[in-house]
Design a protein around this ligand. Sequence first.
Ligand code: APR
Length: 318
Amino acid sequence: MEGINREVNTKHSKVSIIGAGNVGATCAFRIAEKGYADIVLLDIIEGLPQGKGLDMVDATPIIDSDAKIIGTNDYEETANSDIVVITSGVSRKPGMSRDDLVLTNMKIVREVTEKVVRYSSNCIIIMVTNPLDAMTQLALHISKFPRNRVFGQSGILDSARFRTFIAQELNVSVKDVSTCVLGGHGDTMVSITRLCKVGGVPITELLPKEKIDSLVERTVKGGGEIVSLLKTGSAFYAPAAAIAQMVDAIILDKKEILPCAAYLEGEYGINGVVVGVPVKLGKSGIEQIIEHDLTPEEDAALKKSADAVRELVEVMNL
Ligand code: APR
């Protein structure tokens, strides 16, 4: 992949997490448990990241981790991060779509990205704030980083939800289920059910079409299902676990193939927009975009999803 010009420091890595709310703090703790990186938790609210950071440090002897964890309101503390995870912003309330957050969160993500880049000009940015694909594109635009260093967390979560629902339906381990979810992180996401397998067997041979369709539908609405139960916020355990998997793949240079929101330059016949596709993640960030051959229907659904992201990006007037 072009523009690869950095590698994370795997001996002593530094991960900063912007936004010490539900997603940010939960993912900070998951990364702390790994022990391979020092962690900076930053929020605009005074005391919040400091308090949560201290609480996590207190846990390190119990979780057997030597990670240093600090909470701060000062970007200087994030200097020379290898990875910066951006979770700052507002989350959905019942009845809202992710796209409804664009005007509020674009202001926050713009400001945060400018500050992050000032102190960590060589970092990898993992975007988490919604609407995810548009916010990733905004961070790419503001940072002027190459596309291998700015991408978003969405597909791992959507894929995990689909894997969970399939495993529950067939009463098998989630480990035996693999899925392929492409497109934007929203109502237009595209499940390529033809490529979803249970123990190597396509799910199309294991479940009737109506059942598969209902599981896909539940996956698409999976985040909303949680928002309507919580009433005051959105999902955070599974999103945080998905971020930690991406951080792992980068810091440990795993070359893992994971679905991420990436800026496409002609792949899948799509140009100039961020959408979810499988990528190879390693120490340079996105090291390759994996292209599957799609049927005409799948291709049309993916293009429709990319167009929906494009519309939202236009609202931001970059
Ligand atoms: N700079 C730093 N932190 C900020 C800023 C800012 N300009 N603006 C808001 N924040 C912080 C808030 O103070 C809050 O602590 O971001 C945090 C967001 O946390 P939550 O409200 O708990 O939201 P969370 O559930 O973590 O979701 C964050 O991730 O999944 C997405 O849709 C979700 O966009 C939302 C984001």
